[in-house]
Design a protein around this ligand. Structure first.
Ligand code: GTP
Ligand code: MG
Length: 150
């Protein structure tokens, strides 16, 4: 089954939205494969956001993501990369639709609560940046047969 990397960013932790955000993924039927509450080092932040190096917002972004703890997560499910991106919502606040995490709770393009991998390649890269192999738990979720009937 496909895996994706997601993360509740510092603003989500500070605003007390962890439960609210996680509940959406759990209720959807998505399986949690790993979770880590942590501070991101500058080194890890630079690796994670290497694609944005040189952009005007890069320094702010590194400062933001290292400013307070995050909740790093691996989710698992069919087409989970796309689905988690959809549930997270568009990057900018005016484009993020109601019903998405960002559409419902964020008003800023940078402080947008959640990260979600944007492709299979990014998912693999980001999962291995944040988690060791043994930290990703392989287990049977009892609800799976009611979520994926076929
Ligand atoms: P992630 O899931 O966090 O990667 O968001 P995304 O894929 O929707 O956006 P993108 O990868 O383009 O940008 C990464 C992060 O940089 C965003 O989530 C924002 O926190 C921040 N960011 C993106 N664009 C801007 C911008 O124009 N200004 C500022 N200040 N921050 C931005
Ligand atoms: Mg991105």
């Amino acid at each position: 089954m496909e895996k994706t990397f997601s993360m509740i960013k510092p603003d989500g932790i500070q605003r007390g939205l962890v439960g609210e955000i996680l509940q959406r993924f759990e209720k959807k039927g998505i399986k949690i494969a790993a979770m880590k509450f942590m501070m991101i080092s500058r080194e890890l932040a630079e690796k994670h956001y290497t694609a944005h190096k040189g952009k005007v917002f890069y320094d702010d972004l590194i400062r933001f993501i290292t400013s307070s703890p995050v909740l790093a997560m691996v989710f698992e499910g069919e087409d989970v990369i796309n689905i988690v991106r959809k549930l997270a919502g568009a990057t900018s606040p005016e484009a993020a639709l109601p019903g998405t995490v960002r559409g419902d709770y964020s008003l800023d393009v940078e402080y947008n609560l959640i990260h979600a991998s944007d492709s299979k390649e990014s998912a693999e890269r980001e999962i291995s940046l944040f988690f060791r192999e043994e930290e990703i738990i392989n287990y049977e979720l009892i609800t799976a047969k009611w979520v994926y009937p076929k």
